[in-house]
Design a binder for this molecule. Structure first.
Ligand SMILES: Cc1cc2nc3c(=O)[nH]c(=O)nc-3n(C[C@H](O)[C@H](O)[C@H](O)COP(=O)(O)OP(=O)(O)OC[C@H]3O[C@@H](n4cnc5c(N)ncnc54)[C@H](O)[C@@H]3O)c2cc1C
Length: 477
C-alpha cells in the first residue's frame, strides 16, 4: 500500500483482463509490442512521484492522514489545489513529449464529479457520498490507475436511452438486475482512453436522463479484470515507418477502448448512483467541467510544440522575416497564450460545487472551445509555412541511398544555415503531429464543441443579464 512504483504499476496490469487489439487477444498489455508503450507512458506518472525533481508537484501530504499521496486524488478545495493539479498535468505532458501519461487525471475528474453530485443529493445521496469518499481513501492508499467511461455508444443520438425506437435497449450502460451482492450492468462505453492499462474504470452516465431512463442512471467503479468486461482497443501508429527519419516518438501513444459490459456484477460498495435519474446531468456536467480543465492542461505543451514547428520550418525555409510569415507566427502565439491564460484564469477564478473547488465554468469551456475550434487553423498555418515537400519529399531510405544522397542534399536545401537533413526531419515531424487522428482528438476529446457553446451560454446567464441592464441604463429605458 502507498504510492506505487512504475514497476509495481506495470506488474499490477497482468491480471487476466480481457483485451483485444488488432483482432487478437492480448495476454499481457505490458509485454505487447504496441500496448507496452502505452503502459510505459502511464508509468511516467508513477516515475514523477519518485523523481526528486518532480516529487513536490506530484506528491503531497494527505491533510486527513498525514500520509504521502498522489496529488491527483486529493479533493481540491481552493485555487492553489486547482493550479497545482493543472501544473502537474502540464509537466507530465511535457515529460511525455506531448503525450499524456493520464494514469490518474481522468479518473480523478470522475471521482470529483461523483463526489460533488452525491454531496448535492443531500439525504438521498448520503450513503453514495460515504461510498465515494471511502473509495477516494482507497485510491489514495493504493495509488492505482483509473480512467473514466463516460461516453456511451448511444445508437440513434436523437433518441433517449429508454426510447423503444432504439433498435435495442443496450446503447447506454444500464442496470439489468439487483442482487444481494450489488447491481448487474450491461451495455458498452466507447472511446475510453487508457482503459486497457488502468486498474479501475469509473462509469458515469453521459447525458441527462428522464424517469423512464432510471435504469440508465448508474455510476460505479470496477476493476478492469472483472468477469464480463471485454475491451476492444483501437490501433495506433506505435512505430515510425522505416521510410521516415528515425525518431523514438510514435504518432500517438494511447489506445481508446470499446468496453463491453456483459452482465457485470458491481458490488454495492462501488455503486455511486443507482436509478436517481434527476442527478445524472449534474454528474456528467461536473465531469465535463473538471475534465475540460484537464484537457486544456494537456494542450498547453502540445500548442508549444505547434508554435515551435511553425517557427522552425519558417526558419529552415528561409522565410522567417517575410511579413505574412510573421503574421502567421503571431496567430500561433495568440493560440497558445490565449489557451494558457484562460486555463490558469479558470483555476484562480474557481467556484465551489459543494465541498469541491471547480475551475470557472465559463473560462474553462471557452478555453476548450478555443483550442478545439482553432486547432485546424493552426494546422493549416503550419502546413502552409512548410510547403508541399511536407507530402512529396523523398523518404529517409532515399536520403540514405549512396546514389541519391548528394542530389537530395543539394536540391532540397532551404536556408543555407540549416542542413537539408534537419529540414527533412522537421517535415516528418510536422506530418506526424498534424495528422488527421490528432485533428479528431482535438475536436471531440473532452466533448464536441457544441457542448462547450451550450455550457458557456448557460453559465453566462448572469453575465448576459448584467450586461443587458447596463445597456438599458445607458438607453434610459
Ligand atoms: C481520442 C478520443 C479520446 C476520448 N476519450 C474518452 C474517454 O477517455 N472517456 C470518455 O468517456 N469519452 C472519451 N472520448 C469521447 C468524447 O467525449 C466524445 O467523442 C464526444 O463526446 C463526442 O461523442 P461521439 O464521439 O459519440 O460523437 P457524437 O455524439 O455522435 O457527435 C457527433 C456529432 O453529433 C452531434 N450530436 C450528438 N448528439 C446530438 C443530439 N442529440 N442532437 C443534436 N446533435 C447531436 C454532436 O454535436 C456532433 O457534432 C474520447 C474521444 C476521442 C476522440
Amino acid at each position: 500500500m502507498g504510492l506505487m512504483t512504475p514497476q509495481q504499476y506495470k506488474e499490477s496490469l497482468n491480471d487476466g483482463r480481457v483485451i483485444y487489439y488488432k483482432g487478437e487477444r492480448v495476454e499481457n498489455v505490458t509485454t505487447h509490442p504496441d500496448l507496452a508503450q502505452c503502459a510505459n507512458l502511464m508509468a511516467l506518472d508513477y516515475g514523477m512521484a519518485e523523481d526528486p525533481q518532480y516529487r513536490d508537484i506530484a506528491v503531497m501530504t494527505d491533510p486527513d492522514t498525514g500520509e504521502e499521496i498522489s496529488r491527483y486524488y486529493h479533493k481540491p478545495t481552493n485555487s492553489e489545489d486547482l493550479l497545482k493539479a493543472y501544473e502537474l498535468i502540464v509537466k507530465a505532458t511535457e515529460l511525455g513529449d506531448g503525450y499524456i501519461p493520464l494514469a490518474h487525471d481522468i479518473g480523478a475528474d470522475a471521482l470529483n464529479a461523483i463526489s460533488i453530485t452525491t454531496h448535492n443529493m443531500g439525504e438521498a445521496g448520503k450513503e453514495y457520498h460515504q461510498r465515494i469518499e471511502d473509495y477516494r481513501r482507497h485510491l489514495k492508499a493504493t495509488d492505482i490507475a483509473t480512467c473514466a467511461g463516460v461516453t456511451d455508444v448511444k445508437g440513434n443520438r436523437m433518441l433517449r436511452p429508454s426510447d423503444p425506437k432504439q433498435s435495442h435497449p443496450d446503447f447506454y450502460v444500464r442496470k439489468v438486475k439487483e442482487t444481494k451482492e450489488g447491481i448487474i450492468v450491461r451495455g458498452a462505453k466507447v472511446h475510453i482512453t487508457g482503459a486497457a492499462y488502468c486498474n479501475d474504470i469509473f462509469v458515469i452516465p453521459c447525458r441527462q436522463m428522464t424517469e423512464n431512463d432510471a435504469d440508465y442512471a448508474v455510476a460505479f467503479s470496477i476493476p478492469a479484470n472483472t468477469p464480463g468486461i471485454r475491451q476492444i482497443c483501437r490501433p495506433f501508429t506505435a512505430h515510425i515507418s522505416p521510410l521516415e527519419f528515425p525518431n523514438t516518438r510514435p504518432v500517438r501513444v494511447h489506445t481508446d477502448s470499446l468496453i463491453i459490459f456483459d452482465d457485470v456484477l458491481v458490488p454495492w460498495d462501488r455503486v455511486f448512483l443507482n436509478g436517481e435519474w434527476q442527478h445524472a446531468a449534474t454528474m456528467v456536467y461536473n465531469f465535463a467541467l473538471m475534465h475540460r480543465r484537464t484537457g486544456c492542461a494537456y494542450r498547453v505543451p502540445m500548442s508549444e510544440q505547434f508554435l515551435g514547428l511553425g517557427a522552425a520550418i519558417a526558419e529552415y525555409n528561409g522565410i522567417a522575416n517575410a511579413p505574412h510569415v510573421k503574421e502567421k507566427l503571431t496567430e500561433l502565439v495568440l493560440y497558445l497564450e490565449t489557451l494558457r491564460s484562460l486555463s490558469k484564469a479558470a483555476c484562480y477564478d474557481f467556484v465551489m460545487h459543494g465541498e469541491i473547488a471547480v475551475p470557472n465554468p465559463v473560462s474553462t469551456n471557452i478555453a476548450k472551445y478555443h483550442f478545439a475550434t482553432k486547432y485546424h487553423d493552426v494546422v493549416r498555418i503550419i502546413q502552409d509555412l512548410a510547403g508541399g515537400l511536407l507530402v512529396t519529399a523523398p523518404t529517409y531510405k532515399d536520403f540514405k541511398h549512396p546514389d541519391l544522397h548528394d542530389d537530395i542534399k543539394k536540391y532540397l536545401g532551404g536556408n543555407s544555415a540549416v542542413s537539408t537533413e534537419k529540414r527533412l526531419r522537421m517535415f516528418d515531424l510536422i506530418r506526424r503531429l498534424t495528422s488527421d487522428d490528432l485533428e479528431t482528438i482535438a475536436l471531440h476529446g473532452e466533448g464536441s464543441p457544441f457542448g462547450q457553446r451550450m455550457t458557456v451560454l448557460m453559465e453566462a446567464r448572469h453575465i448576459i443579464k448584467k450586461c443587458k441592464k447596463i445597456a438599458e441604463e445607458l438607453a434610459e429605458v
